[in-house]
Ligand binder design. Structure first.
Ligand SMILES: [Mn+2]
Length: 329
């Protein structure tokens, strides 16, 4: 990380946009909120923006508690040369809508699937983007408010499933410092409200549809629900003692959304999805957690109805998993 290069890349003091991935989760919002305060220290004003919705109860509580100002991209009139700093995602990712402005900088913790040249890039393979943002404050000795510390800690804990998933040295280094500075009462409020009443329908659908093959659990949610909720359902299925790999498929208007979790070291969730999804759709992510999507065109191209299509993909998932488990054993 180099603060001066970042500031130069962003246009040397002009206002910037900080864009999270679509349907932002706690880590995405924490990273954007943190970078906003960080840049403000150097006299740079910023607007936090995103595509999709950020209305989930858990996030809404956090956004309200810390007074985070998020502007839906549909409300903005962005010019083509307006500088954008991307956080918690990368340009041309399926979940990063290409807004009119100029993506000059990127701070992220996801694997690189498409090589993009930014004026400034800081992409590290760590558990949470929040950890990278915390590192900026600590290394540059920029004062961090309790609100930012609490939000970054929240992001770090959610993305690493409470320090059990994809944890790297940096996550361990920043954790105690964030913890000491965070407001524990606010953190408790934000973390305890992770579900809404209507979310229970998604859990119910997953519980009713789950099938277990070896140590892989596959479930289906037949109605549209936000990515963050699908992720929570995937974590829930993974919490079963019988399951090492959880695969959730969720129907939405435009196609099928996939969320995968793995605690089996021989099964990398991101590789699994990037292997199984094409040519119908795409997917990728971390070893422990990943996401994918197949549009309706992809399903139609297969010549199969939805049910047969899902069964065909399930076979591909299970074959890939069996092969890798054999190699890993
Ligand atoms: Mn993240």
């Amino acid at each position: 990380m180099d603060v001066q290069s970042l500031l130069d890349a962003l246009g040397g003091g002009r206002p910037v946009y900080i864009q999270t991935h679509d349907y932002p989760d706690p880590d995405a919002i924490a990273s954007a909120f943190g970078m906003q305060q960080f840049l403000r220290h150097f006299g740079v004003d910023s607007t936090l923006t995103y595509v999709g919705d950020a209305e989930r109860a858990s996030l809404a509580t956090a956004v309200r508690t810390f007074g985070i100002e998020l502007v839906n991209a549909s409300q903005l009139s962005m010019a083509e040369d307006d500088p954008i700093l991307l956080v918690d995602g990368q340009k041309l990712n399926a979940n990063m809508t290409d807004l009119p402005g100029d993506e000059v900088a990127c701070i992220d913790h996801h694997p690189i699937f498409k090589d993009i040249s930014y004026r400034y890039a800081d992409i590290r393979s760590v558990g949470a983007c929040s950890s990278i943002v915390a590192d900026y404050f600590f290394r540059a000795h920029v004062p961090m408010s309790a609100d930012v510390a609490t939000m970054l800690l929240f992001g770090l804990q959610i993305d690493t499933s409470y320090m059990t998933r994809g944890v790297a040295d940096l996550d361990l280094d920043v954790f105690p410092r964030l913890f000491r500075q965070a407001d524990k009462t606010c953190l408790e409020i934000v973390e305890s409200r992770s579900l809404e009443f209507t979310d229970l329908q998604a859990f119910g659908a997953a519980i009713n549809s789950i099938r277990i093959f070896g140590r892989t659990g596959i479930a289906f949610i037949p109605f549209a629900c936000p990515d963050a909720l699908i992720a929570q359902v995937a974590d829930f299925i993974l919490s079963l003692a019988e399951v090492d790999v959880a695969i959730i498929r969720a129907r939405r208007e435009a196609g099928l959304k996939f969320s995968v979790r793995s605690v089996d070291p021989s099964v990398h969730s991101g590789y699994l999805l990037s292997h199984v999804m094409p040519p119908f759709g795409n997917g990728g992510g971390h070893a422990g957690m990943a996401g994918g999507f197949v549009g309706n065109e992809g399903i139609a191209e297969s010549g199969l109805d939805l049910k047969s299509f899902m069964r065909m993909l399930d076979d591909r998932f299970l074959r890939y998993i069996a092969e890798h488990q054999k190699e890993g054993a």
